[in-house]
Design a protein around this ligand. Structure first.
Ligand SMILES: NC(=O)c1ccc[n+]([C@@H]2O[C@H](COP(=O)([O-])OP(=O)(O)OC[C@H]3O[C@@H](n4cnc5c(N)ncnc54)[C@H](OP(=O)(O)O)[C@@H]3O)[C@@H](O)[C@H]2O)c1
Length: 314
């Protein structure tokens, strides 16, 4: 299959592009002049790079021509924010532009990365844009698989793990509730499923919540990190969603996220992994396996280059 990857320089998109190459697809990637293609690694030599921007429809038409399928894994990056682009510009209108060009080019399959919890009643700019993008894809009539992934392991590297290491022996997590559930997922496994969805008829016209094999609370995750790091911490106290949102409203400049985004993200969510496993049948990485591999690495990095984690809270 001729597959175009949009967002191929990002964490998820680069893995999807690599997995598509490994599966024998003919892969092209839409990149900007400013894009850094390092994450594509050795697969880079097998991928045709096409310059463009999802906010420039003519460049999209050029890139999409002659492709059977498109995998889309974009987001509003800090670079986009510096250009004063909003979630609506990039994550909604950008995807609407892709859908329009895909329709014109008679593309047969769209695979899109959204997020768990996205839906019509969301209140944040981020999730409303993702939902509008999903709707544009669903209404296009083109066969599609929309993935709504839970939080991904990769975010533990810059937030949960260094923060637990910095907090040390404590029982209190000051950054949110400890009793909400999540099904963390490897972005490599998500990428594999994206490629499998390209030609799996059971994934046709599907919007699918996808999480990893473990359903754990945030407190259980933090305790696992502490145990593997050899820290005497047991998290028994957190900050309620309401308290956290009130804190962000009082000091909006200090947080990573807006109050509305926290409203959408912080939900007690248990994704049933069984249908996902039955659909794709791959061995998904567990939280424990990921942490055993990653916590020692982050601990060493924090000891040697603490400034690398300066933006981590605590
Ligand atoms: N992290 C999580 O736990 C999590 C959970 C659920 C869902 N998600 C969703 O998963 C998706 C992928 O996330 P990620 O972490 O892989 O993102 P990422 O690493 O930041 O990659 C974003 C990609 O979007 C591209 N992009 C942005 N604006 C563009 C534009 N105007 N034209 C063309 N390309 C553009 C970037 O290209 P450049 O390199 O050129 O900037 C980059 O390749 C996002 O939608 C995210 O919200 C993430």
């Amino acid at each position: 299959m001729n597959v175009l990857v949009i967002g191929a320089t990002g964490d998820v998109g680069s893995e999807a592009a690599k997995a598509a190459v490994a599966k024998g697809h003919t892969v092209a990637a839409l990149v900007r002049p400013s894009s850094n293609t390092n994450k594509l690694g050795d697969a880079r030599q097998h991928i045709r790079l096409i310059e463009g921007d999802i906010l420039e429809p003519l460049s999209l038409e050029r890139a999409i021509a002659n492709n059977d399928a498109i995998m889309i894994s974009i987001r509003l990056t800090p670079g986009e924010m510096k250009k004063n682009r909003t979630y609506r510009d990039v994550e909604q209108h950008g995807v609407e532009n892709i859908v329009a060009a895909a329709t014109k080019a008679s593309v047969k399959k769209l695979v899109f990365v959204s997020a768990a919890g996205v839906g019509p009643t969301c209140v944040s700019d981020m999730y409303q844009a993702k939902y509008a993008a999903e709707e544009a894809i669903r209404k296009s009539g083109i066969d599609h698989t929309i993935f709504r992934p839970s939080g991904m392991f990769k975010d533990f590297d810059f937030f949960h793990i260094p923060t637990v290491l910095k907090l040390g022996a404590t029982n209190r997590w000051p950054y949110g509730p400890i009793d909400i559930h999540m099904n963390p997922l490897s972005h490599l496994d998500l990428a594999t499923c994206m490629v499998l969805a390209l030609d799996n008829p059971r994934a046709a016209f599907l919007t699918l919540e996808i999480g990893g094999p473990d359903c754990i609370t945030q407190g259980e995750l933090l305790n696992m990190i502490a145990r593997i790091a050899g820290i005497q911490a047991t998290y028994t106290e957190g900050v309620s969603k309401e308290q956290l949102i009130a804190m962000v409203r009082a000091n909006p400049q200090q947080g990573f996220f807006t109050a509305e985004q926290l409203e959408d993200f912080i939900v007690d969510k248990m994704i049933d992994h069984k249908p996902v496993y039955e659909l794709f049948g791959i061995p998904f990485q567990t939280v424990k396996a990921y942490l055993q591999e990653t916590v020692p690495r982050i601990k060493a990095a924090l000891n040697h280059h603490p400034q690398q984690f300066d933006k981590t809270p605590a």
